[in-house]
Design a protein around this ligand. Sequence first.
Ligand SMILES: Cc1ncc(COP(=O)(O)O)c(C=O)c1O
Length: 397
Amino acid sequence: MKAEKISTFDSIKALEDRFQLATYKKMPVAAEAGAGVWVYASDGEKFLDLYGGHAVAGTGHCHPHVVAAIVEQAEKLLFYSNLVYSQKRARAAEKLVSLAPSTLTRSFFCNSGTEANENAMRMARMATGREKIITFSGSFHGRTADAISATALGKYRELGKPNVPGHLFAEFGDIESVKKLADETVAGIMLEPIQSMAGVCMAEPDFYKALRELATERGIILIYDEVQTGIGRTGEWFFAGSAAGGRVVPDIVTLAKSLGSGVPVGACLVTEEIAAHIKENDLGTTFGGGMLAMAAVTATLEAIENDGMLENVKEVESYLRERLSEIPQIKRVRGLGLLLGIEFKEKAAPVHEKLLERRIITGTSSDANVLRLLPPLCLKREEADLFVEALRTVFSF
Ligand SMILES: Cc1ncc(COP(=O)(O)O)c(C=O)c1O
């Protein structure tokens, strides 16, 4: 097919469907461009993006500071591996560590969330000499072998058969269920501190505190999968160390999604104690720490800082919660910052579809009644208003 023939939505769809595996249920939108919280489709339609392309567009689409840094780096050097030093990598690592809780002093860069989690579990095993990993009901940690084996949500683990042995599952929020499993064979306890795909489920601060105490007491490495909650999503740089999480700091934090504003990049942040167990060639990846990704990381963190996005997240969260409280069809709003799960008294999928007809992109979750919002951290009150008004219209029919 010639290029000029695929400018309409139908022709783009036909070509993608013909040459790609049908692994995702797609929205009837062909994204062409983006700016801030807006996505522009091939037919010129404009969408309010409250899903951020799977939580990736933390700084918004095409933040000028991030784009400039990527363009500048692309013209200089796209990539060189970890076999050489790089000013860009040095700066990105320094900046990321400087924003993290003070005990997380070392970084390892990779390319995705699942890879960050694989490496985190491996480090826990290396640091303890043990093998088992405890994760939780409702968890999602990725789709590579070890990460999918650590995932309890839905059918994922089944898809990863044969699973990596040594994965144990406790009940999210129930410390007694963890205590029963946490013996001297367990290397790590890994959790999403807010379980996003499960429907934006959060535990009480006491749960995180009890996990920290238990892990320390039994010599187990505590891992926070902050692939979604990290990099400002909750109104803090990390859930680790936050008041909502009882100020608990784990031994390892994993990151991805919004870390590079759309340039694929993942990371593990670890303590000195963990770092002491990791030797040359213990971990590795070709692309991890490449210059383009590192330029994107530093610029992403700077953009969040320069634009005061953390403050904005908190401000817009409380505004949105207040406005959503006016809507009687909403049972409650779960989550923190701009990782929100709106629990309806009815199914969320039809609401999601009707919002899309009104050109607002939202997300669903494995909880059928929960609509998920993961918008750019620069979402403004006026844009939140557009969403609330659209919701009102949806419910008025
Ligand atoms: C909490 C969490 N961990 C890990 C992953 C896997 O990340 P990736 O898709 O970058 O491998 C995801 C992806 O949705 C996630 O939400």
